[in-house]
Design a protein around this ligand. Sequence first.
Ligand code: FES
Length: 294
Amino acid sequence: MQIIKKEILVQAPDVIIKRIEVLSPLIAKAAQPGQFVVVMVSELGERIPLTIVDRDIKNGAITLIFQEVGLTTKLLGKMNAGNSLYALAGPLGHATEIKNYGKLILVGGGVGIAEIYPAAKAFKEAGNHITAILGARNKDLLILEQELKASSNELHITTDDGSYGRKGFVTDILENLLTYSSQLTAYSLIYAVGPIPMMKEVSRVANNFKIKTIVSLNPLMVDGTGMCGCCRVTVSNKTKFSCVDGPEFDGAQVDWDELTQRNMAYLDKERHICSIINLVPCHPERAHSLRHPE
Ligand code: FES
């Protein structure tokens, strides 16, 4: 569980995103795209879920990418190569169903781009034609552009402010692609990871074109093994535990409003902790969406 490499991917005034490589030969051997680990930085700290972005079986290491948003990710961000995590459990959750679908669109927003990367590589290896759409608020916050370029056939970039790629949202490009795709080149599946409003909107747009969207959800998690019930989400009017039934679900069937509300449940408490330990800046409203913050 030793951190062997640490790198800053984004250092902007209000966004810090880091990549670490952690020694864990067993997890590296078993991990599949779409799975995550639960990390404890210290003995008294909380557990946080982080997606396994990459693995190096030879060196027994996994790659994690996280945005510093709340107490635990900020503490994790302070750790350096040579330091060890207190605990690491995984790989958890169901792996992405990788097969040859034909033409796929992968949509990544913010740090969610890190989560579509392992899926993009695996889908490409399975013979799919990959169109990737990456969205960020501005150019400085865009991550893994070169990696996604290498693992896709077509790459589109949007920024909210137009500082790079097309000005607008990922759904603008998505709607365009779906509108102008002919039956011959029709897309079979959309795979989207990012902030809740983005995944909700991608699912809505894709549903209008009767294309299935797989989303990777980011509810609050405690144990990550189906015991606490904390990560429950409603999908197709049924209660599911995101950690053991997911984290991937059919986006058209997710109760997005409930997920949004549940993710804000501990806002006040996190704000309180941040103020006690003088952790500034702290964005408690985003602290629990750790796998891909808003
Ligand atoms: S995190 Fe406890 S049941 Fe899923």
